[in-house]
Design a protein around this ligand. Structure first.
Ligand code: C2O
Length: 550
């Protein structure tokens, strides 16, 4: 195995966008943060040194972390945060994965500025299952806030209302020319004619699913979430926070007499999503051979779907199929040991605003909350994985997360009168190698909404999806158990459901949550505790000596 070393110094840095300068939390002073480049099979040692006042933890989103749960990163789930002045070495090996993933802070809303690409190349000498690209470039989507995002979320949690929204979307940290005072901060991709480029797309935005398109060029999607798929062509794609995708861009065979906008803007289904115009980059053919290099070329714009175009999203996601060949088989669990039915959606908590004559700013004077099976997750003060490892779960978490809603209702009819959630720190305990089927149903409480659910520690297969209420008698007949897409983040459709399957072959504590940060903050999160197996290679590795203390 090759070992690759990275140093991540967390430090403050002044950054200017939209004519606003602010001091932001960065890795090594860079925004977006540095790229990690490795090959399948490599071991990574990433030393994170915290030189900012905030507590920090970093998550390697989509990395399976087989037996190395201590390196997964979500604060208070697998580790205590790295305190100011402290450091921690994340130590893990990339097993059976190649493609694009990303890293981001996993505490409070610090991932608004702390994120960067993870590029995993195939093992040396192993080709891609598609034509070798001339060049590869990551495009990482994000959101820019003129204000401090820590203040935004703490104010929202105090008042119970919805948080303020960002000021711009970005590509590689750049908002582009459609925002005020931003033309100089435009991503430009220089390409040559007649070549194939691999774009590594990452949605690191806090709160919005995005449509993406390049004028006059189609894209061939070759993988999602670092798993190859059956390639297909599209003009536009949809990518949710937490999702990644590799796409091939074939450039025109001649120098075109134009430039081309690359645009992204949100898919809006409910609370917490918004349209704040459009982030634009420009695809430019390298024009040094052109006759009139001085002439200003027209810039063509693509047409993006309308903001609420759920039928585009549905058609797109139905096209995603695993490659499922002999080299890259789809190991879909066929026999299921345990079935779960989770409702996911918003809800409310009673007003607990302590400022006297101020009402809470959530629905009808309550506070916004969100839950899974009506359990709104309360973050513990110590890390779940350590409590479990030391056998000290008492008073930290309960192992009785409900397998199904206690009081079922019509999830796509009129919402129930009582929208209050229950609160608690509960986990599902799974014996090693349990094969799991999980139905996730949007509740439509306070509005039907698409929720990109992300599971740590595993990839899962998306075996079915549909609208309305899941029907346990009929819907499983249509499950795809042959070549369903394999990924780590899936959109639970607004007013519908999604069915996933995974094999719990990774001992540890694994977070699952909506990757819209506002919903995570409101409690749309839970954890799976997977027990050790009997064999030595089925056990969680011991904790590293420098694991941060709470
Ligand atoms: Cu990308 Cu738990 O997150």
């Amino acid at each position: 195995t090759t070992t690759r070393h990275y140093n991540f110094e967390i430090k403050m840095q002044n950054v200017t966008r939209l004519c606003h300068t602010k001091s932001i939390v960065t890795v090594n002073g860079k925004f977006p943060g540095p790229r990690i480049v490795a090959r399948e099979g490599d071991r990574l040692l990433i030393k994170v040194v915290n030189n900012v006042p905030n507590n920090i933890s970093i998550h390697w989103h989509g990395i399976r972390q087989l037996r190395s749960g201590w390196a997964d990163g979500p604060a208070y789930i697998t580790q205590c945060p790295i305190q100011s002045g402290q450091s921690y070495v994340y130590n893990y090996t990339i097993i059976g994965q190649r493609g694009t993933l990303f890293w981001h802070a996993h505490i409070s809303w610090l991932r608004s500025t702390l994120y960067g690409p993870i590029i995993i190349l195939p093992k040396l000498g192993v080709p891609y299952p598609f034509p070798k690209p001339h060049k590869e470039m990551p495009i990482i989507f994000g959101e820019w806030w003129n204000v401090d995002t820590e203040a935004v979320i703490s104010q929202a949690l105090q008042t119970g209302g919805g948080p303020n929204v960002s000021d711009a979307y970005t590509m590689n940290g750049l908002p582009g020319p459609f925002y005020n005072c931003s033309t100089k901060d435009t991503l430009k991709l220089k390409v040559k004619p007649g070549k194939t480029y691999l774009l590594r797309l990452i949605n690191a935005a806090l709160n919005d699913e995005l449509f993406f398109s390049i004028a006059n060029h189609s894209l061939t999607i070759v993988d999602v979430d670092a798993v190859y798929i059956k390639p297909f062509k599209t003009n536009t794609l949809i990518i949710a926070p937490g999702q990644t995708s590799n796409v091939l861009l074939q450039t025109k065979s001649n120098f075109p007499n134009a430039k081309f906008y690359m645009l992204a803007r949100p898919y809006v289904t409910g609370q917490g999503t918004f349209d704040n115009s459009t982030v634009a980059g420009i695809l430019e053919y390298d024009d040094h051979q052109q006759k009139n290099p001085k002439k200003t070329l027209p810039i063509y714009k693509p047409n993006l779907p309308s903001l609420n175009d759920t039928s585009f999203v549905t058609n797109f996601t139905k096209k995603l199929r695993s490659l499922a060949n002999s080299q890259f088989p789809a190991n879909v669990p066929q026999k299921i040991d345990k079935k779960f039915f989770f409702t996911v959606g918003l809800g409310t908590n009673p007003c607990s605003n302590n400022k006297k004559n101020q009402t809470c700013q959530g629905p009808n004077g309550t506070m916004f909350a969100a839950s899974i099976n009506n359990v709104s997750f309360i973050m513990p003060n110590v890390a779940l994985l350590q409590s479990h490892y030391k056998g000290q779960s008492n008073g930290v978490y309960s192992p009785f997360f409900p397998n199904s809603p206690l009081i079922p209702f019509n999830y796509t009819g009129n919402p129930p009168n009582n929208t209050m959630v229950g609160n608690g720190t509960k986990v599902v305990v799974l014996p090693f190698n349990t094969s799991v089927e999980l139905i996730m149903q949007d509740t439509s409480i306070l509005g039907a909404e698409s929720h990109p659910l992300h599971l740590h520690g595993f990839n899962f297969f998306v075996v079915g999806q549909g609208f309305g209420n899941f029907d346990p008698n009929k819907d499983p007949q249509n499950f795809n158990l042959v070549d369903p897409v394999e990924r780590n983040t899936v959109g639970v459709p607004a007013g519908g459901w999604v069915a996933i399957r995974f094999l719990a072959d990774n001992p540890g504590v694994w977070f699952m949550h909506c990757h819209l940060e506002v919903h995570t903050s409101w409690g749309l999160k839970m954890a799976w505790l997977v027990l050790d197996g009997k064999l030595p290679n089925q056990k969680l590795l011991p904790p590293p000596a420098d694991l941060p203390k709470c």
